[in-house]
Each structure stands twice: as C-alpha cells, then as structure tokens.
Design a protein around this ligand. Structure first.
Ligand SMILES: Nc1ncnc2c1ncn2[C@@H]1O[C@H](COP(=O)(O)O)[C@@H](O)[C@H]1OP(=O)(O)O
Ligand SMILES: [Mg+2]
Ligand SMILES: [Mg+2]
Ligand SMILES: [Mg+2]
Length: 358
C-alpha cells in the first residue's frame, strides 16, 4: 500500500514551526523571559503563549475544521493586560522573511483579541477520531529558561495515529553528525544552530536548517538512527530534570547494559531528534511519580520522527505510545526509545531495574 504523503500538512507544519521559532528565539536571547507560574507550578513564558498563538493561526487558516490539543490556555492573559500586550507586541512583529511562505500561513493575526481567542482553540479533549493536531509551543520550558535545549513541537494525528511530525530545535547544531549537546549559552549567537526535524508516516524523517525557509516540504536531508552492534558503546540521553525522569534508575540500567559513558542530559523532545539522527542512541524516560500522566504534545512528533528513522518507541511495559485516549498518554508509563534491533534488550534491562516498581 502506498501511504499518503500529507504534503500540504507537512509544509504548513514546517513553516508554522519555523515562524514560531523566530519568536521563541527572540525571547530566548532576552534576559527577562516574562515567566508566569501555572497552577501545576511549571513555568510558562511569553514565548510559550506567543508561539502557540502563531502556530494555531497557521493551522486555523489552512485546516479550519481540524481539532487542536495545545498545552497552554489564555486564562492568565485574560486577567493581566500587561502580559497580554507584551505577548501581542512580540506576536504582531513575527513573520517569515519569505512573503510567499508567510502568505501560506495566513499572514499576521488580526488583533490582540483574535490572538487570545486563537490560544484557546487548542482546548480539544483529543481522542481516537478524526484529525487532531498536538502542539507544544515550547517543550522543555525549564531548559529554555536556563539556556539549554528546548523544542517547538507540532504533530498531526488521524484517528489517534501520528501521521506528520515537526520539531524545531533552535539550540541543537544544524550538522547531523555533531556530538550530543546540552544547549547554547544565552549570550552565544545562533550561528551553526537550529534544526528542523520532520517526518511523515511511511516516508521517513528528515532534518534541515530551521532558519532557512523552503516551500518544498521534502527538501530536507534524510536522517536515520545509528546501527549499534555493541550496546556497551551506546549513548544515552535523559532529562536534565530528575523530577521528570529518574536519574538513579537510568544509571542502574546503563550499568546493567555495560555502558560506561555518562548519559547526556538535555531538555525537551530535542532528545528524540538527537537519537533519530544518530547523535545519540537511546532515550529513556523513567517514571518518577505513580500518578503523572505524560502529555501527548510532549511525545507525538518525537515518537514518529524516531520510528521513521529506524527506531522503536514503547513505554516501560513494551506498549506503543497510545495517542488516542485524550490529552494524556493515560495508557502508558514512561518511554523507551531505541534502534529497533536493540530495543528488546534495552527494554529487558529497563524492566529488570524497575521490576520492584512494575
Ligand atoms: N512531573 C513531570 N514528569 C514528567 N514530565 C514532566 C513533569 N512535569 C512537567 N513535565 C514535562 O516534561 C517535559 C520536559 O521533559 P524533559 O525534562 O525531558 O525536558 C516538558 O514537557 C514538561 O512540561 P513543559 O512543556 O511545561 O516544559
Ligand atoms: Mg509547560
Ligand atoms: Mg512539553
Ligand atoms: Mg511546553
């Protein structure tokens, strides 16, 4: 069977992520990033709100009937006029340099009220039916705040299955063969950094420079995971935040597999992109809390990009990630992403170490 190429969806997803990244990069290089605390105590910045508005505007213009599951909501903006206008100042000036590309995204948002409304278009409950986009406008906000890695993430699911994924990683090297890296300093330039990963189900994954707009959605360089014949030489990536993934369990698993190199810690779905292009090999997300449910926008794009690069992605029980349940991965616990050929071995080690908790 020839799988559909979703050319239009891929093109819009790439351009929308590229436009939103222009805004996040501006905020990243500013000293005060306009942090607000959310109810769950996780930080959100003016960059998260602005990027979400811009991405939803592009989707609304091109696919007005599609549902959208996005991380942020506008409640804080509605009660704070200053915050609202700070975000609007950023959003209204952010556009792609290429006028044809900008026109494809529908051009600028009309006014500040339209911006607030757009942010709330991301409130779909998700589910197993129809076309649903998942957006994380800034994934790894903590990394963003400390000058580390972060990602602008967008994926299209149809009937609960991820068909298209785009991940903008402004602080990863453009060069696919560069070593794993934790981030760039806030005072460094973007020179040589900024990569856009994308994938379409059944058609592989690619990377390209995030800052270069190309209307040809298929113009990227194909990427693939590294073939590892000796697991002891594998590179692990894990979260920087020990509260998001257990560093202790990770170390025990590395030891069990005979891996001596320390894990590279980086924030966000940049981990998925990094292993997909062979800069690293394995990404584990090891549950720290019995109650935390992973959010679909934290995994949808990365899951597809890794699988289209020759990887296998499951939870710690060996189940594929299930994006069809709602806004969270309620049916999964943790993540094990590795090249297909060694995934079974890695999963075995994960389960041995976690056996007391499973
Ligand atoms: N208690 C938690 N356990 C796992 N992940 C979490 C938790 N709290 C927030 N997250 C989310 O984990 C992701 C970051 O993971 P990592 O540490 O691997 O970079 C982010 O999406 C972050 O949300 P956010 O998008 O608000 O930053
Ligand atoms: Mg957040
Ligand atoms: Mg996130
Ligand atoms: Mg986020």
């Amino acid at each position: 069977m020839i799988l559909p190429k979703y050319e239009k969806e891929l093109q819009i997803a790439q351009l929308a992520v590229q436009r939103a990244s222009i805004l996040t990069k501006r905020v990243f290089h500013e000293k005060a990033k306009g942090t607000v605390d959310k109810n769950d105590k996780s930080p959100v910045t003016i960059g998260d709100f602005g990027a979400q508005a811009l991405i939803i505007a592009a989707l609304q213009h091109n696919f007005p009937d599609d549902a959208i599951v996005a991380e942020e909501e506008s409640a804080k903006l509605k009660e704070d006029a200053n915050l609202r206008s700070t975000i609007w100042d950023l959003v209204k000036d952010t556009k792609l340099d290429d006028p044809a590309a900008e026109a494809l995204l529908g051009g600028p948002i009309k006014d500040i009220d339209a911006m607030v409304e757009l942010i709330d278009r991301g409130n779909s409950p998700g589910g197993s039916q129809g076309r649903i986009w998942a957006i994380d406008p800034i994934d790894g906000t903590k990394g963003f705040l400390r000058g580390g890695q972060y990602a602008v993430c967008l994926a299209l699911m149809i009937d609960g299955d991820v068909k298209v994924g785009a991940l903008g990683c402004p602080n990863l090297p453009i060069d696919d063969s560069a070593r794993l890296t934790t981030g760039i300093g806030e005072n460094q330039t973007d020179e040589g950094h900024g990569v856009l990963f994308s994938a379409v189900q059944g058609h592989g994954a690619t990377s390209r420079a995030l800052a270069t707009v190309n209307l040809d959605a298929e113009a990227g360089t194909p990427i693939s995971m590294r073939a590892i014949d000796d697991l002891t030489k594998a590179n692990f990536c894990e979260s920087v935040e020990a509260g998001h993934s257990s560093h202790g369990d990770q170390a025990a698993i590395s030891q069990k597999l005979g891996i001596t190199e320390p894990s590279v810690r980086m924030d966000s779905q940049a981990k998925y992109g990094s292993i997909a292009r062979g800069a690293g090999d394995i990404y584990l997300r090891l549950p720290v809390s019995a109650t935390y449910q992973e959010k679909i926008w934290d995994h949808a794009a990365g899951d597809l990009i890794v699988r289209e690069s020759g990887g296998h992605v499951t939870d710690i029980h060996g189940k594929r990630l299930d994006f069809s349940i709602g806004r969270t991965l309620a049916g999964n616990k943790g993540v094990v992403a590795a090249p297909l050929a060694v995934h079974g071995k890695v999963l075995e080690a994960v389960q041995e170490v976690l056996s007391a908790k499973l």
